[in-house]
Design a binder for this molecule. Structure first.
Ligand SMILES: Nc1ncnc2c1ncn2[C@@H]1O[C@H](COP(=O)(O)OP(=O)(O)O)[C@@H](O)[C@H]1O
Ligand SMILES: [Mg+2]
Length: 228
């Protein structure tokens, strides 16, 4: 029996309701609704300029909607002040971007530890979790190298480990394989599914990669600020 047949039995990780966002005169999001259940892998696809990154930023609490409500893990994040919000983001949301955004002067291991340090974990505890993740992602042999010494595929794996280190409720990825060759892209995508199977992680992934969209649990199409 598939649990997905009974949506009301599933834990909802994200509920975004009637999200509106304008930049100046330009209306970018025109009333977007999106719900994602725990353990779901949802792809967002659509032409450049459709509003995908804007939506992801709002869902990720990096930006605020003009109106509408975002609930993550049962918390109305649109009601939190900046201080509470950054704490919530650090604890509950992991980000993976097209460009890894690893800090060049720190090793892979240190990069993965940083969000855990911000949460107040001890170096010992943070490093243990970070090492386990690097191992799970197959890059433990690169732990003491700096990002500049890693391949593109390895850099992305390290940034996925960083996204996971605080065991977030939700991982948001904006074109995570956009900068990878097809082989590295396919193996990164496989990793998302492995993480879902092993840790019941939840993913929302903006992608132009049709293969990834095809194997996702659900694909959401965006056009001109609306979900179709
Ligand atoms: N901070 C901003 N200020 C002004 N315009 C923006 C800003 N962010 C995005 N936009 C505009 O919003 C539209 C949607 O952008 P975006 O969400 O990045 O689309 P997508 O990720 O689907 O390509 C684009 O026309 C873009 O130029
Ligand atoms: Mg974008």
């Amino acid at each position: 029996m598939e649990l997905s047949q009974f949506p009301y039995l599933r834990t909802m990780i994200l509920q975004a309701n009637d999200i509106h966002k304008s930049f100046g005169q330009l209306e970018i999001l025109k009333g977007v609704d999106l719900s994602v259940a725990k353990g779901e892998i949802v792809s967002i696809v659509g032409a450049s300029g459709a509003g995908k990154s804007t939506l992801l930023h709002i869902v990720g609490t990096l930006d605020k909607p003009d109106s509408g409500k975002v609930t993550i893990n049962g918390v109305d994040v649109t009601a939190l002040n900046e201080k509470k919000l950054s704490q919530f983001r650090n604890e509950h949301i992991g980000f993976v971007f097209q460009f890894h955004h690893l800090l060049p002067e720190f090793t892979a291991l240190e990069n993965v530890c940083i969000p855990a340090f911000i949460q107040g974990k001890s170096p010992k505890e943070a490093e243990k979790t970070a090492m386990e993740l690097l191992e799970r992602l197959g890059v433990q042999h690169r732990a003491y190298h700096k990002p500049g010494q890693l391949s593109g595929g390895e850099q992305q794996r390290v940034s996925v480990a960083r996204a996971l280190v605080n065991n977030p409720a939700l991982i948001l990825a904006d074109e995570p394989s956009g900068n990878l060759d097809s082989e590295n892209a396919a193996s990164l995508h496989q990793l998302f599914f492995d993480l879902r199977d092993a840790l019941n992680q939840t993913f929302i992934i903006v992608t132009h990669n049709e293969e990834l969209a095809g194997i996702s649990d659900r694909t959401v199409h965006m056009r001109d600020g609306l979900i179709l």
